[in-house]
Design a protein around this ligand. Structure first.
Ligand SMILES: [Cu+2]
Length: 170
């Protein structure tokens, strides 16, 4: 009995540890979702082939920013806050979405995305069809190398990436 209990406890501890690790890798180093009520500033970001405007955005440590993201281009684009490590895995998912018909170069099939379990409603990103506008509200960490990129296959490789410049000022 006590042996079984111990095993259960050890398993729970192992599970908790792995969840905490996964969370740290995915979130804490790049920041966390913010709420509109916390918003310090709103910044409009335009997405086009294959670039963002602005390409560099200055943010203060801990600041919460509401990004109003507009796809002014002619194909699907994404605004995804992260770093190379998080983007590499995400690119693979996006490739699968294209292969499965969940998205094409110019359209998103939300029905198929939902059925395939790929809603892409992660708080750190938004995927938009040409002409569409969306928002991402994000609270930045106290520091770190963070940027934004488009993981539609081929886009980041073509230079569709921008940087957050952390600064401490008033
Ligand atoms: Cu793109």
């Amino acid at each position: 009995m006590s042996k079984k209990l111990l095993t259960g406890t050890a398993l729970a501890a192992a599970l908790t540890a792995s969840v905490a690790l996964a969370d740290a890798g995915h979130n804490s180093s790049i920041g966390k979702p913010g709420t509109t009520a916390q918003t310090d500033r709103t910044i409009t970001v335009e997405m086009d082939e294959m670039k963002y405007s602005p390409e560099t955005i200055k943010v203060q440590p801990g600041e919460t920013i509401r990004f109003e993201v507009v796809n002014v281009g002619t194909v699907v684009h994404e605004f995804n806050i992260g770093k190379s490590k998080t983007w590499d895995g995400h690119s693979g998912e996006m490739m699968t979405m294209m292969q499965e018909g969940m998205m094409t170069a110019t359209t998103l099939n939300h029905d198929k995305m939902m059925k395939g379990g790929m809603m892409h409603d992660d708080a750190n990103s938004i995927l938009l069809e040409p002409g569409d506008t969306g928002e991402v509200v994000w609270t930045f960490p106290e520091g770190g190398e963070i940027g934004f990129a488009c993981n539609v296959p081929g886009h980041r490789e073509a230079g569709m990436q921008g940087d957050f410049e952390m600064f401490r000022g008033s």
